[in-house]
Design a protein around this ligand. Structure first.
Ligand code: SF4
Ligand code: SF4
Length: 144
């Protein structure tokens, strides 16, 4: 049995569709939803653990991508460039796991990497581009 944790990003046009259910129907894959959120701009993201045969896993990931879902690996990591961070707090408003939070009374924005699910919402929110994605292994690697 093959098992992987993936981050799925749904653009607004796809976010309302039940594409994940077809992983079971079409490819006999089991999945466990570890987290999910819809942003104000109607983008959706989901952290999913997928189990099944390796062949079906590959087919399932290809199916998701063909549906317009962006698939990334949980093996990617988010970094913060502290020299660019102004502690404005914008990222803390979108972070679904409280990996980014304001430490009081200092009003300092703290990044707790252990709580990060790599949803990437902070990257698009940060006005100074202090947040970024470090990819140790990408989805194409996982499809080999
Ligand atoms: S949004 Fe960017 S600049 Fe603002 S606190 Fe977060 S990381 Fe720092
Ligand atoms: S990627 Fe950014 S917003 Fe998403 S969980 Fe990690 S720190 Fe929070």
């Amino acid at each position: 049995m093959y098992s992987k944790i993936l981050i799925l990003h749904f653009p607004p046009a796809v976010a309302q569709k039940a594409v994940v259910c077809y992983l079971t129907k079409k490819y006999d894959l089991l999945f466990n939803i570890l987290g999910a959120k819809v942003s104000n701009s109607k983008d959706g993201y989901m952290v999913l653990e997928i189990c099944g045969t390796r062949d079906n896993y590959k087919k399932g990931v290809r199916y998701l991508k063909n549906q317009g879902v962006r698939v990334s690996s949980a093996e990617q990591e988010i970094w913060r460039d502290t020299s660019k961070c102004t502690h404005c707090g914008a990222c803390t408003a979108v972070c679904p796991t409280q990996a980014l939070y304001v430490k009081r009374p200092e009003m300092e924005v703290i990044y707790d990497k252990d709580k990060c699910t790599v949803c990437e919402l902070c990257i698009v929110t940060c006005p100074t581009r202090a947040m970024g994605l470090y990819s140790s292994k990408n989805t194409e690697d996982m499809l080999q």
